[in-house]
Design a protein around this ligand. Sequence first.
Ligand code: NAD
Ligand code: MG
Length: 367
Amino acid sequence: MTFDSVRVDLGARAYDVRIGPGLIARAGQEIAPLLKRRRVAVLTDETVSGLHLESLRAGLGDIEMTSLALPAGESTKGWPQFSRAVDWLLAEKVERRDIVIAFGGGVIGDLAGFAAAVLRRGVRFVQIPTTLLSQVDSSVGGKTGINSVHGKNLIGAFHQPALVLADIDVLDTLPARDFLAGYGEVVKYGLLGDAAFFDWLEQNAPAMAAGDAGARQYAVRRSVEMKARIVERDETEEGDRALLNLGHTFCHALESATGYSDRLLHGEGVAIGCALAFELSQRLGLCSQEAPSRVRAHLKAMGMKCDLADIPGDLPGAEGLLALMAQDKKVIDGKLRFILARGIGESFVATDIDTGIVRRLLEDALA
Ligand code: NAD
Ligand code: MG
């Protein structure tokens, strides 16, 4: 099997996303053209480091590699580990023309990308995403950053990578729950803009989850293509990029309600949020009843959470969830902004949604 390449065409900031097996083994070949000197600094987490760092070192060949492994998990994505990472890069004498490598999931990608954005006013970086979520979503598009005590992803910068290497082989070590959470973002792409891809997922996603490499490569490629085309149209989220937030207004409220704990992973919240967004679209008379039913049936068939009742522990009531939605940074001038759909693959940005209908939807979903 060979790899695919998707170009993210952003003029002076354009880059390639390579997707396929064996990319870590050939990382040296891929990265060498970007280097002014044969040395890279790798930021990773302890889990990924234990499983895959020696493969990366081997793949880099005679390129000298220095690395720092941060603790695994979302709590790493804050000021303490960020300043540790930046100071380490300076101690390693990373210069303006050097390359930083982000080797891990979205936590490492976001933190390392932001470190690269501010280090010496900006150095280039390469994403080597190791989770399904980071391969299909966070490694592409240039949003980097960390969390604040005031909320998630509130501190950051747009900083596009110089190259992305999505090696589907590393997904073999990903726990099933993390794989399915990443799948929440994959299914989102079909739902937001490609009905044929959703059809394909209905047929092929079970094999993909079971380990089928060809299916994984196709699903990652199609997801990356869709994200790339949207980011090309709207790099800094003035308009269309918001479509990528399908399911996310609900998701952010649920993540906040569950304290960003392992009661609910981000991609799980996205899946539930997509089901709710389609239900809301149907109640608003925008799409047929068949659409939300198909969404829920597919999530169920994949063994994913798709109802509020699938989240362990207590949730706040409808009013509490609405209040959490109103705190989301996607709220503009106090009006709830949702991504809604006229059918599978036909989403659009809707502003000024009546909170009464959302409250009733949540009451029913919590009942
Ligand atoms: P993560 O980076 O925490 O990875 C999940 C877990 O999997 C971690 O414990 C990690 O150590 C482990 N892991 C990673 N690769 C592995 C592998 N190959 N084998 C075994 N274990 C592995 O989380 P994530 O789900 O990848 O990313 C979530 C983060 O991404 C959130 O912080 C979110 O805000 C961010 N995000 C950013 C964007 C963006 O556009 N920048 C988009 C979506 C999400
Ligand atoms: Mg997301």
